[in-house]
Design a protein around this ligand. Structure first.
Ligand code: ADP
Length: 189
């Protein structure tokens, strides 16, 4: 399998570039944000709990997300590979992912990190908020999400550097230019 983590702050373009990766390499997509929004829509217990965190721009507790991840992964495991989008977001999530994949005789092959500065992220998310209808795309929640990213998620940069998997990519410019940079990274795998 070719398993890739698409990594970056909220608004860095993970979802957009995931779509490109799916089309080009025939990979399956696991977006934990989409999984959670789906649970909310269906009104499940998990969805109800998750909504309380998402609306404040906080992370959903690790154990909730880790618990559903294995079953989501297993539903896609016959695929050529999987793109993890929005997961992991904390060190415990990264450790759980590593163990879950090892139990299935597979692993993460690369962490592609989209680098975009906060000023541009805020602009992008405010613009997305005008059309997305997402309750978390408003200024106050966006600022919380960026703070959470820097304190809880950014430590994964060092973690994946140590694992030898970290591949930074400049996340600004046209969508095609950014995807060209990503393809270059994948060509080295
Ligand atoms: P973005 O990357 O733009 O913040 P996502 O759709 O990936 O958007 O996530 C939206 C929200 O869902 C997050 O702010 C967080 O509350 C919750 N969430 C998504 N993935 C995770 C995760 N792996 N761990 C904890 N919370 C998560």
């Amino acid at each position: 399998m070719l398993n890739i983590i698409i990594f970056g702050a909220p608004g860095s373009g993970k979802g957009t570039q995931s779509e490109n990766l799916i089309e080009k390499y025939g990979l399956e997509h696991i977006s934990t944000g989409d999984v959670l929004r789906d649970e909310i829509k269906q009104g499940t217990e998990l969805g109800k709990t998750a909504a309380q965190y998402i609306e404040k721009g906080q992370l959903v507790p690790d154990e909730l997300i880790i618990n559903i991840l294995a079953s989501v992964f297993d539903s896609k495991k016959s695929a050529k590979g999987v793109i993890f989008d929005g997961f992991p977001r904390t060190i415990p999530q990264a450790q759980a992912l590593k163990m879950m994949l090892a139990e299935r005789d597979t692993q993460i092959d690369a962490v592609i990190a989209l680098e975009v500065d906060d000023k541009e992220l805020i602009e992008r998310l405010l613009n997305r908020g005008k059309v997305s209808g997402r309750s978390d795309d408003n200024l106050e929640t966006i600022q919380n999400r960026l703070q959470v990213y820097h304190s809880q998620t950014a430590p994964l940069i060092e973690y994946y550097k140590t694992e030898g998997l970290y591949s930074p990519v400049k996340g600004t410019g046209s969508i095609d230019d950014i995807f060209a940079r990503i393809k270059k990274v994948i060509a080295t795998l």
